[in-house]
Ligand binder design. Structure first.
Ligand code: BGC
Length: 333
């Protein structure tokens, strides 16, 4: 090879490579510019409102549905819903999140008010012109604008009526309830007692707390069934109680002769109903609670007339209702 080609070939190669890279970067920059222009011209206006929605536990199917309902409203309205809560039920952390929402000066707060410790903070929010709605569990003493959720006393009555009908009015009952100081669980127990208390053949012999925990529910149900072998029926007032109860019944070989009624149509509860390990479920409407709560809060901020109490439906589901129910329910509800 000639000496001159030894010099020119690499030079020509680097020249061509430089040109190729320049074209490539030019094209790349053009593309980036187009994307930026597109993003700026598209509708990036911030939502009109920022709400905080605070539930009892994020890692729970019932609360996932509440969150999904609220997020659906977000796609329909000019609103951003910051959905939060403790990972597992923890009322102190829930209170801290409420405090944080007040400090962040959100436009509205939607909160499950578990007990009277929530009242001062709700009042503080309202005092700072942040409207508050309660969801799932009401705080009637507070200055919240409205409540959306189950009528928990009536739902307890429904459970009582179902038990009376299914047992022919003859039962020795144990109750597993979420927490004694939670307003909704107390109401579910009171409503239940108001019905079964009138029946001569029915007695309530024990009541224990599950602390919204399935293992604790199992432990409590197990102890109840061993300490009171006369028990023929167990009533659970929160979503996971029925799962714990049926585990306990199975370990004690009581699954066939024990009547079990509990709350919520979670997937696992529906399977237990199908298998005959749970006899009846009280169905609530968590998706609708989340969805409507956001709409109502917008109405409150727009000074529309909003009723104070918005009860969502509750009903009894037994195994025989499952085919009809499955045909009716759509995905996500
Ligand atoms: C209640 C919720 C609760 C859940 C816990 C539901 O029945 O309505 O307040 O967080 O049970 O398992």
């Amino acid at each position: 090879m000639k000496r001159s080609s030894i010099i020119y070939v690499p030079l020509l190669f680097s020249f061509l490579t430089t040109i190729a890279f320049s074209f490539f970067y030019y094209y790349q920059i053009q593309q980036d510019n187009e994307e930026i222009a597109e993003a700026v011209s598209s509708d990036t206006s911030p939502p009109d409102y920022h709400f905080a929605l605070i539930g009892e536990e994020l890692d729970h199917d019932y609360w996932r549905l509440v969150g999904k309902g609220a997020k659906q409203s977000e796609t329909e309205q000019e609103v951003f819903v910051e959905y939060g809560g403790p990972q597992r039920s923890n009322p102190e952390e829930q209170l801290r999140l409420l405090d944080k929402a007040i400090q962040s000066k959100v436009d509205g707060i939607i909160i499950q008010a578990l007990n009277e410790e929530f009242t001062p903070l709700i009042d503080q929010a309202v005092g700072q012109d942040i409207p508050v709605m309660t969801i799932d569990t009401d705080s009637t003493e507070s200055s919240r604008s409205a409540y959306i959720g189950t009528d928990n006393y009536s739902a307890g009555q429904l459970a009582g009526e179902a038990l009376v009908a299914d047992t022919g009015g003859e039962a020795i009952i144990g109750i597993v309830t979420g927490r004694f100081n939670n307003a909704h669980h107390s109401l579910r127990v009171e409503g239940f007692r108001s019905v079964v208390g009138q029946k001569e053949g029915i007695d309530i012999v024990a009541i224990e707390e599950s602390s919204i925990d399935r293992i604790r529910a199992e432990e409590k149900a197990y102890n109840m069934l061993t300490n009171h072998q006369e028990i023929t029926a167990l009533y659970g007032t929160s979503s996971l109680d029925g799962i714990g109860i049926s585990e306990a019944a199975e370990s004690l070989n009581r699954q066939d002769d024990l009547y079990v009624i509990t709350f919520d149509t979670l997937e696992e509860n529906l399977q237990l109903l199908e298998q005959g390990k749970i006899d009846a479920l009280v169905e609530q409407q968590p998706w609708e609670m989340g969805h409507r709560s956001v709409e109502l809060m917008i109405d409150i901020l727009n000074n529309k007339q909003v009723e104070e109490i918005h009860h969502t439906d509750s009903s009894i589901i037994r195994k025989r209702d499952l085919p009809y129910r499955n045909a009716l329910t759509g995905e996500g509800h």
